[in-house]
Design a protein around this ligand. Sequence first.
Ligand code: SER
Length: 326
Amino acid sequence: MKKEMKKILVTGAVGQIGSELTMELRKRYGAENVIATGRKTEPSKELKESGPFHFINVNKIDTVEEIVKKYDIDTVYHMAAILSAVGEKNPQLCWDVNMNGTINILELGLKYEMARIIIPSSIAVWGDFVALDNTPQESILKPTTMYGVTKVCGELLCDYYVKRFGLDIRGLRYPGIISYETLPGGGTTDYAVAIYYEAVDKGSYTCFVREDTRLPMMYMPDAINGTIMLAEADFGTLKHHSDFNHAAMSFTAGELAAEIKKHIPDFKVTYEPDFRQAIADSWPNSIDDSAAREEWGWKPAWDLASMTADMLKHLKARKDKGTLYR
Ligand code: SER
């Protein structure tokens, strides 16, 4: 029998995806049933006042277990992670948070017989020896970053817990996620968010990857919708579990700048690649998400043009109110 998702824990709830995911889950499942947690960054007023919030350290199991017991948690969206650029600056921290955090959640899932655990993966699982165009679901995973290493290990660990212990775990390989609510923290795809803020703020942007850098990207509403769709899919229809390729669009930094210029004609972009260029170069240009489409009906709603119009509308409105960066 399918176990119900009644009390949901979101780790990484102050982060770029976690903050919006928490608000959507609160809308769908009731605010008091969605427990938001973060590591040290203060939550927004909206997040704090709309339902329960606690500080935990996912790599310290006691701090997580206390919350699991207190609220009788049966479902976890494990969004807490150190991203690729910060991970290259501090590989040990990246391993500790991403790997120990993940196995702690899985162990608590077993101990408390949880209904479901959702743990995202990333395009960072790819690296050497793989075709970078329309990269297939089943392919060689040889990442070149610590973040990528932890995401490959995480996928393997999750699939092991599914097969060995029958725990219900699901995960998707997110592309770069673009949004206007919470800034991303320390990823390689952050330029694709920063470019919108600076276009609105200053009319110019210095991009840390080359103009011809092409990466898979997705607008936040699609990422949230896809994540919840996968979480709610019938377990019996899933052939994959923790590693669904998840795609929406793919564009170069130059194409992104050109799209913004349609709205802000004087927008100027210069390109000064830094260490993140090599990371971006090691990731696919585009990915094949047919397994997600076939197994749980994934279909994106947003493309570059519609996303750009929406991003600029929201950011311009915030700039007019003097709260662009909040
Ligand atoms: N957006 C992430 C990063 O750039 C990839 O999952 O690190």
